[in-house]
Design a protein around this ligand. Structure first.
Ligand SMILES: Cc1cc2nc3c(=O)[nH]c(=O)nc-3n(C[C@H](O)[C@H](O)[C@H](O)COP(=O)(O)OP(=O)(O)OC[C@H]3O[C@@H](n4cnc5c(N)ncnc54)[C@H](O)[C@@H]3O)c2cc1C
Length: 384
């Protein structure tokens, strides 16, 4: 008899899981993706939207396009999951499942920094990035402050790409009277890269003239005086504020057995299985502690992608009566960090090394940028 596979979230993990499953399992098994949004958003291109190098419509794809591949798509707000009766509740009805893949991403909570909602451009909102792209050409002098509200945050390289692209943008326009400041709670920039590479990357930002404030606990934005207020009585003045909002695990699962500290979901680091049989959790919504450092696995699309492949392939094996054998190894290759329009630092990571996570970061290269753009095009065409 056909099984119902339901996927919560049509972001990176959800879209990969749905496509891979559809290729592998017979049509008798149904695959349904549920998302509140009409469109999938390719967030890795958001920094290019910020500087007007991509339009919003260039980096989204309609989730309804999945239907042409034999994948059901339901546009709805997911309001809860009943793990006992195996049902997903939404604002348009209830769906029963046999297998459940949760890929709900990291939930944004900008309001955790008072003043954010009133006067900060949200670095993770496509609408705000479009507004910024329209405003930047008119910004001739003043101080732009980009801040990370809280750790962990989604998009491991996102804020650094944004600040470096802004620096490049103003440099090209010869606007020397624009001052950029990056504020982060991390001990050094790109802390996911570790104490050897992170400070080296920070030097690169300082050489670009970017001011860096680390170990910052952001308290609130005083939008009347134009100051970002940090713990310890530190005031960062600004004329424009761009913020990476606080992130948390999915609220709708907070009171379930699936949730752990910070609301992040608990899943097996190699199989992404949860404590409940036939329920898997992947991507940014999951909290996986790394060996030695105890840091969270960075919340990156490459990981959501690989985890989705593992879960989809193992479910397909199980449905074919075979034992699951695929494992997520914490490795990611082929990623890169854009440093300017035309250059990016290729990076790879082995997060699960028993001696602690290992990351390699090459200098800014044209090839790195070309690889990033090629991946963007692959992504937007491959899954839709
Ligand atoms: C600016 C930026 C730059 C980035 N750059 C990179 C990069 O260069 N490389 C990289 O690897 N990663 C990058 N990332 C990170 C990457 O985008 C995420 O790690 C990845 O998208 C996580 O995938 P996911 O499936 O877990 O969640 P998401 O892709 O966030 O998808 C979650 C989906 O669930 C839906 N959803 C959530 N709750 C509900 C609900 N209650 N009801 C209905 N729908 C719901 C959302 O609408 C969303 O579509 C970047 C992120 C940002 C923000």
């Amino acid at each position: 008899m056909g099984q119902a596979i339901v996927i919560l979230g049509g972001g990176t993990g959800g879209v990969v899981a749905a496509n891979v499953l559809r290729q592998l399992v017979p049509p008798a098994h149904t695959i349904t993706v549920i998302d509140r949004r009409e469109n999938h958003q390719f967030q890795a291109s958001f920094p290019l939207v910020l500087i007007g190098h991509r339009r919003a419509e260039d980096v989204v794809r309609p989730l309804s396009a999945l239907r042409e591949k034999g994948i059901e798509f339901v546009q709805a707000e997911i309001t809860g999951v009943d793990l006992q009766t195996r049902q997903v509740h939404t604002n348009v009805g209830t769906l029963a499942y046999d297998y459940l893949i949760i890929s709900l991403g990291a939930e944004r909570h900008p309001q955790s920094v008072p003043g954010f909602k009133e006067a900060v451009f949200d670095a993770h909102s496509l609408r705000h990035l479009q507004q910024l792209a329209a405003e930047l050409p008119r910004f001739h002098r003043g101080r732009i402050v980009l801040f990370i509200s809280h750790l962990p945050f989604s998009g491991t390289v996102g804020p650094y790409e944004m600040v470096l692209l802004l620096s490049d943008f103003f440099h090209r326009q010869k606007r020397r009277h624009v001052q950029l400041t990056l504020v982060t709670p991390e001990p050094y920039l790109l802390s996911a890269a570790g104490p050897r590479l992170g400070p080296r990357f920070q030097d690169l930002c300082l050489q670009q003239g970017i001011r860096v404030v680390t170990q910052a606990r952001v308290l609130y934005l005083d939008h009347r005086t134009g100051h970002l207020v940090l713990d310890g009585g530190i005031y960062i003045p600004g004329d424009m504020f761009i913020g990476v909002p606080s992130h948390r695990g999915p609220t709708i699962l907070r009171k379930t057995i699936l949730s752990q500290d910070g609301g992040w979901l608990k899943a097996h680091p190699y199989t992404l299985a949860t404590a409940v049989p036939k329920v898997f959790a992947i991507g940014d919504a999951v909290g996986i502690r790394l060996p030695v450092t105890g840091a969270w696995l960075p919340k990156a699309g490459v990981f959501a992608h690989y985890q989705a492949e593992v879960v989809a392939r193992n479910i397909a094996l199980e449905l074919a009566g075979k034992p699951p054998r695929f494992r997520f190894t914490g490795k990611a290759v082929g990623a890169s960090l854009i440093t300017s329009l035309g250059r990016a630092m290729p990076l790879s990571i082995r997060a699960y090394q028993p001696t602690g996570p290992r990351l390699s970061l090459l200098p800014p290269l044209r090839l790195g940028y070309a690889a990033k753009v090629a991946f963007e095009q692959y992504w937007l065409n491959r899954w839709f």
